[in-house]
Design a binder for this molecule. Structure first.
Ligand code: ADP
Length: 447
């Protein structure tokens, strides 16, 4: 097993990885920008290395600085977390070229799934159902119009290099095609340095259902059930639950088996997630994320499996620690992403945390780098905590979630805790009846 792992990330996910390493007897090296010297991930790690100034491009995205830190610290392996360099094939290659182990999939698989058109072509070849869409990139407004007429309006223009909902525009009719097309391209260029876009039929009221998978890189692969991530704002997830209240046993088994078969055929290595839209009983593949997801803890809560530990074991060359038959989904889990944002306007609110009291008790987990006196820097993502609760039934889970949200104190900064309290009080959420548009209707957001 590795002696020392460098964690190329910050915030709650750096802590999450540190905890798994600690329990496996592995030393950890934190990296941080000058804005994060007092961060919890730096305090808890065995060693830490400052890798640059606050802007992420100079620190958490600075590949030479991270590799230098790994060399100085004598790390064996690098865990990228999520975001930042986690889906950067060049980084994975550089890590391996410098003699470290990359805790993640091969650069080839990262590259394949990072290009959404190649990802969809691969998914089709693996037998996964797709959203109807353009077979390749779309170069002109006229092509968008032709596709809209073929699939029926509205259609969605999406960035080939997409992520985080950026470079995505709904086109309601032919008249709107020119503007949406150029806006999507400009946004994609700004976000990813690549203005290539493609078109998909815009499904009217789907749910977002994703399957957690693990592969050993040699042809073994299993799934760990689904997560329902339909509660979104601006195509970004806000609250997730497992299992999905919308699937029956047959649908659950069908999509899980399809995803696991795809992992085996790909000889995929490590943890990954296949994302689908689900509408009228049908699944439609949209993308595969070749990394750990923010919402992985709800899968851990219902399966009892430590996904980061599995990632590390697989990266070290071990076979999967379990077979499909060992995976038993028990009870129900929900995660709330708590952002330092105003709960109604969503304006980010970094600053000093003057009071911090996380909830506790049976079935409650809080993943967060917050502490009383922590000054949250303004440079990074606004998510400051994840509240994960689980219970024997969905109803028990909901009661526990409400209780935990009421108990949670984060003083000094605005947070989205009141938004989550509002969601858990809504009858259609309690009934499990919501699609990807439900939350935006609740908070009255125009796209
Ligand atoms: P990103 O990589 O930017 O997150 P995804 O392809 O994963 O983009 O899509 C993000 C979200 O956008 C989905 O969860 C869903 O809410 C919405 N979405 C994506 N494709 C479609 C589609 N064809 N029809 C309707 N909604 C979609």
């Amino acid at each position: 097993m590795f002696d020392k792992v460098l964690i190329a990330n910050r915030g709650e996910i750096a802590l999450r990885i540190h905890r798994a390493c600690r329990e496996m007897g592995i030393q950890t090296v934190a990296v941080h920008s000058t804005a994060d010297s007092d961060a919890m991930h730096v305090r808890l790690a065995d060693e830490s290395v400052c890798i640059g100034p606050p802007p992420a491009r100079d620190s958490y995205l600075n590949i030479p600085a991270i590799l230098a830190a790994a060399t100085i610290a004598g790390a064996d392996a690098i865990h990228p977390g999520y975001g930042f360099l986690s889906e950067n094939a060049r980084f994975a290659e550089a890590v391996e070229a410098h003699g470290f182990t990359f805790i993640g999939p091969t650069p080839e698989h990262i590259r394949m799934m990072g290009d959404k058109i190649i990802a969809k072509q691969t998914a089709a070849a693996l037998g996964l159902p797709l959203v109807p869409g353009s077979p390749g990139p779309v170069e002109t407004r006229d092509e968008v119009v032709a596709l809209g007429e073929r699939f029926g309006w509205p259609v969605l223009v999406k960035a080939v290099a997409g992520g985080g909902g950026r470079g995505m525009k709904v086109v309601s009719d032919a008249a709107a095609a020119a503007e949406a097309f150029s806006l999507a391209r400009a946004e994609a260029k700004a976000a990813f340095g690549n203005d290539s876009v493609y078109v998909e039929k815009y499904l009217a009221r789907p749910r977002h259902i994703e399957i957690q998978v693990l592969g050993d890189g040699k042809g073994a692969g299993i799934h760990l059930g689904e997560r329902d991530c339909s509660l979104q704002r601006r195509h970004q997830k806000v609250l997730e639950e497992a299992p999905s209240p919308a699937l029956n046993a047959e649908q659950r088994q069908r999509i899980g088996e399809l995803a696991a078969a795809a992992v085996r055929k790909l000889k995929y290595r490590g943890a990954g997630t296949l994302e689908f839209l689900f509408q009228d009983g049908e699944f439609y593949f949209i993308e595969m994320n070749t990394r750990l997801q923010v919402e992985h803890p709800i899968t851990e809560a219902v399966t009892g499996i430590d996904l980061v530990r599995e990632q590390i074991r697989i990266a070290n060359g071990a076979p999967l620690g379990m077979t499909q038959d060992d995976i038993v989904i028990q009870g129900h889990a929900i995660e709330c992403r708590i952002n330092a944002e105003h709960p109604e306007t969503f304006v980010p609110c970094p600053g000093r945390v003057v009071d911090y009291h996380p909830p506790g008790g049976l079935g409650v987990r809080v993943d967060s780098g917050l502490y009383t006196g922590y000054v949250m820097p303004p440079y990074y993502d606004s998510m400051v905590a994840k509240l994960i609760v689980n219970g024997g039934t969905r109803n028990e889970c909901l009661m526990r979630l409400r209780r935990s949200l009421e108990e949670f104190v984060i003083g000094g900064i605005d947070t989205t805790i009141p938004l989550h309290l509002r969601i858990v009080g809504e009858q259609s959420f309690i009934d499990g009846e919501y699609d990807i548009h439900w939350l935006e209707k609740l908070v009255g957001l125009k796209r």
